[in-house]
Design a protein around this ligand. Structure first.
Ligand SMILES: Cc1cc2nc3c(=O)[nH]c(=O)nc-3n(C[C@H](O)[C@H](O)[C@H](O)COP(=O)(O)O)c2cc1C
Length: 208
């Protein structure tokens, strides 16, 4: 058993407010990308790509789009939930200094991806595993990661020249942090609690 790995899993946080704005050491970034690229994938298709976005103008344009989508979401909420959302930060796009956009290419691996004939989403799952590898490696390195999903895929495709068939799965904010919170932001702000594990574990049938 590796206590180190379990410790990293427990310490991993989604980071929004704790980015210091310092640049990320290129050697560390390389290690994070190697970790992401080592993820398992359906049919060994490795359907992910990583677009590194440093240009402040691009990050600013994306941050403005995300702010608009946050408004759209807030407007969809009942008044009490809108109030709960108000102090919650949902991104650190400008502060983090680096955006890593992780994409999924369904054509990678050709037309006969082994293991994907019945479950088309298996390619997308693989991309998410690359993200989780990167997230855990970053935590081990003391680097913060924040997943941003408040965007329209067409907008991000246009912004970064991503082809139509390729899906931008995540904009990850990456950078050095002052510290990691011990409790997820959404719990600290009373948005949602963690479910007890016992509720998530079923024996023999989903119904039990
Ligand atoms: C698919 C996915 C999308 C997410 N999108 C956002 C987002 O747009 N903004 C944000 O602040 N956090 C986002 N998060 C982070 C979650 O809010 C966070 O993981 C959750 O609240 C638990 O906190 P923790 O990651 O610190 O344990 C996302 C996480 C996942 C897995």
């Amino acid at each position: 058993m590796s206590a180190g790995l379990y410790d990293v899993i427990a310490r991993r946080r989604d980071v929004r407010a704790e980015f210091t704005g310092e640049p990320l050491d290129p050697a560390v970034l390389d290690r994070l990308l190697v970790a992401a690229h080592a993820a398992p994938s359906v049919g060994h298709s490795q359907p992910w790509d990583f677009v590194l976005v440093r240009d402040p103008r691009t990050r600013d344009e994306f941050a403005r789009h995300v702010a608009g989508e946050r408004e759209v979401y807030a407007d969809s909420l009942p008044a009490d939930r809108r109030e709960t959302l108000r102090p919650i930060k949902v991104e650190g796009i400008r502060e983090s200094g680096l955006g890593v956009v992780v994409t999924y290419d369904p054509d990678r691996g050709g037309p006969h991806v082994l293991g994907r004939h019945a479950i088309a989403d298996a390619g997308l799952y693989s991309t998410c595993l690359a993200i989780q590898n990167l997230w855990l490696a970053a935590t081990a390195e003391g680097v913060g990661v924040g997943w941003v999903s408040f965007y329209r895929e067409e907008f991000l495709r246009d912004l970064l020249g991503i082809p139509e068939r390729v899906r931008p799965v995540a904009w990850l904010c990456l950078g050095p942090v002052s510290h990691l919170q011990e409790v997820p932001d959404l719990e600290r702000h009373g948005w949602r609690e963690r479910r007890p594990l016992a509720e998530a574990v079923h024996h023999e049938s989903y119904r039990r």
